[in-house]
Design a protein around this ligand. Structure first.
Ligand code: ARG
Length: 462
């Protein structure tokens, strides 16, 4: 049996689509998520059509009320979504027709699905920028709590994942607070740039009806209407900026996740993840696996993937709308969902983890982590050029390595055998606590600096 033609454009079609055509063409399986935005956009459009005299107030009222009924049906799960009706726009309009009758047919005056989808998706992405900002603020607060508790806990700082110099736990936590602050500002920038309205661009060329685009822009909380109708319907920069901001944020999350995986291992024992954020093994009773951190590290790939996928969809498209652009949504939804999940999981893990303060300190004290302090002492106290001080220190490290001890365990006589001018007070700089306390340069790791930064961030984050 041949299907009958689509009622939205059936005028020139004798037959309906092949089943496979319907399957490849339909987006209702995922764009139903845009229902609240679609209805908000349509309600704004209807009010504007009445205000400009294009439709009657009575029709606009019927449309606007009917749309609220559709929304509540969707929210309660009573809405009969139809694949034959292709997408959210046509599903909503068809149901509106059933509810309010003839006035529903007037809603699509001076509009096209091209500006309609552009407005819906933009509103959805804008909301995700706000949600990302909120989730990032919560994560920053969790990190700040850790930083405050451990402003003076000493741990090894690494380069090349080799012990480099002692740092403070608080300083390490605050490094991530900074990174996530940049992420927030990227989402905020993207949001500010995307906040212009495509509604009223119609199919691509604008319309001959006397519409008021300022009015709809205002009703939807956009700053202004987009100035070029061709650009308005073909632009997906807003989604790309969201996805690229999300990718950088996800990369940060993944780095932190990687640290948590390393730190919670039996080899490091820097942190203990709480029971709430660990899993056991069905065969090895001793195991506490950091699954959430591993999943965050892994999920990031989907977010990068969505960014690359949409760039690839867009890069070859001539102006203006092409159906390719329907592929903008599914992966953006997935990326946003996984970003929010990763942010929430990371926030929970960070808030609940406990630093193993003794282990951190023991690790910080091994690996000759205060060698730079020794070299700096030789420069400051004995007036050696830094290069010579580096050489003397290198010899002392080699000596300690030979003896199988750490720098502070060498005797003064040992030290003086390498450089006669070394005095007893050199030992003051060889302890890891002294080392971090001395790093008071702006941005340095000293507990004093960390406490000042914590105080500042508390003001910012409230
Ligand atoms: N479902 C479509 C999409 O997501 C809506 C726009 C359809 N426009 C069109 N000219 N066929 O892109």
């Amino acid at each position: 049996m041949t299907k009958s033609a689509n009622t939205m454009w059936g005028g020139r079609f004798a037959a309906g689509p092949d089943a496979i055509m319907e399957a490849i063409n339909a987006s209702i399986g995922y764009d139903r998520r845009l229902a609240p935005q679609d209805i908000a956009g349509s309600r704004a459009h209807a009010a504007m059509l009445a205000a400009t005299g294009i439709i009657t107030d009575k029709d606009a009222e019927a449309i606007r009320e009917g749309l609220l009924t559709v929304l509540s049906e969707i929210e309660t799960g009573d809405f009969p979504f139809s694949t034959a009706l292709e997408d959210i726009h046509m599903n909503v309009e068809a149901r509106l027709k059933e509810i309010v009758g003839e006035p529903a047919g007037r809603l699509h005056t001076a509009r096209s699905r091209n500006d309609q989808v552009a407005v819906d998706f933009r509103l959805w992405v804008r909301d995700q920028c706000d949600q990302a900002d909120e989730a990032l603020a919560a994560l920053q607060k969790a990190l700040l709590g850790q930083a405050e508790a451990g402003a003076d806990w000493v741990m090894p700082g690494f380069t090349h994942l080799q012990t480099a110099q002692p740092v403070t736990w608080g300083h390490h936590m605050l490094a991530y607070v900074e990174m996530f602050a940049r992420d927030r500002s990227r989402f905020a920038d993207a949001r500010a740039r995307m906040n212009t309205s495509p509604l009223g661009a119609a199919a691509l060329a604008g319309t001959s009806f006397p519409i008021d685009r300022e009015m709809t822009a205002k009703a939807l909380d956009f700053d202004r209407p987009m100035a070029n109708s061709l650009d308005a319907v073909s632009d997906r920069d807003f989604a790309l900026e969201f996805l690229s901001s999300a990718s950088i944020c996800a990369m940060h999350l993944s780095r932190l996740a990687e640290e948590l995986v390393i730190w919670s291992s039996a080899q490091f024992r820097f942190v203990k993840m709480s029971d709430k954020w660990s899993t056991g093994s069905s065969i090895m009773p001793q195991k506490r696996n950091p699954d959430a951190a591993e999943l965050i590290r892994a999920k990031i790939g989907r977010i990068f993937g969505a960014n690359v996928a949409l760039m690839t969809v867009m890069k070859g498209l001539p102006l203006t709308y092409s159906k390719d652009m329907q592929e903008d949504k599914e992966q953006t939804f997935d990326a946003a969902d996984n970003l929010m999940l990763a942010l929430a999981a990371m926030t929970g893990m960070v808030a609940d983890m406990s630093a193993q303060v003794e282990n951190l300190k023991a690790a910080a004290s091994s690996g000759f982590s205060t060698a730079t302090d020794l070299a700096d002492w030789l420069v400051r106290e004995l007036g050696l050029p830094f290069r010579d001080a580096h050489h003397v220190t290198g010899s002392l490290v080699a000596m300690a390595e030979d003896k199988g001890c750490d720098l502070p365990d060498l005797s003064l006589a040992d030290m003086q055998s390498v450089h006669a001018g070394i005095r007893e007070d050199v030992f003051n700089v060889l302890g890891v606590e002294n080392s971090v306390a001395s790093r008071t340069s702006f941005g340095g790791t000293s507990p004093e600096n960390v406490r000042a930064q914590v105080a500042q961030w508390k003001e910012v984050l409230g």
